[in-house]
Design a binder for this molecule. Structure first.
Ligand code: ZN
Length: 159
């Protein structure tokens, strides 16, 4: 895989890896969740602030891992900030579809498109999806009226 587009995507991933956005923790998060990808050693801690209007008013992440997992987390936090939960769920679905080789609307997904090439490497899909799986579980906890606990572990059978 080479060419101007792939180089651009690679540059976006490296930029997010080197300068991750929305790093840290929140003073009083609405919900939090941990994620772990034992295949690669990626770990993430995610915190969300959800407003009374059902919008994600703030989001922070911490943790460590490979460039794909870290860049994916950084891009995700930027994409999700300010979104309604419905919008966020839709982005999750789009990301999953993209990782399964689906065609996505570049206008809609923004810098997420930089991760499209990952779909060709099954092991790396878990790296890219870890933050999204963690986010989805955080959302499920929130919808169940909880503030989050436990760890999402990526396994062989999920994507
Ligand atoms: Zn990884």
């Amino acid at each position: 895989m080479s060419g101007p587009l792939e180089e651009l995507y690679q540059a976006i991933i490296l930029d997010h890896y080197r300068k991750p956005r929305n790093r840290g923790t929140l003073p009083d998060p609405t919900v939090r969740m941990d994620g772990n990808n034992p295949l690669c050693g990626d770990q993430i801690h995610l915190e969300l602030q959800i407003g009374p209007d059902g919008k994600i008013t703030d989001i922070k992440s911490s943790g460590h891992g490979c460039s794909i997992s870290q860049a994916s987390t950084s891009i995700m936090t930027e994409l999700l900030k300010g979104r309604s939960l419905e919008d966020a769920q839709r982005l999750f679905d789009i990301m999953r579809s993209m990782m399964q080789g689906g065609v996505v609307d570049e206008e809609e997904v923004g810098e997420l498109i930089a991760l499209k090439g990952v779909s060709k490497f099954p092991v790396r899909i878990k790296c890219a999806m870890l933050c999204w799986m963690t986010f989805a579980q955080a959302l499920a906890e929130y919808k169940a009226g909880r503030n989050g606990s436990g760890t999402v572990v990526s396994t062989e059978d999920d994507k």
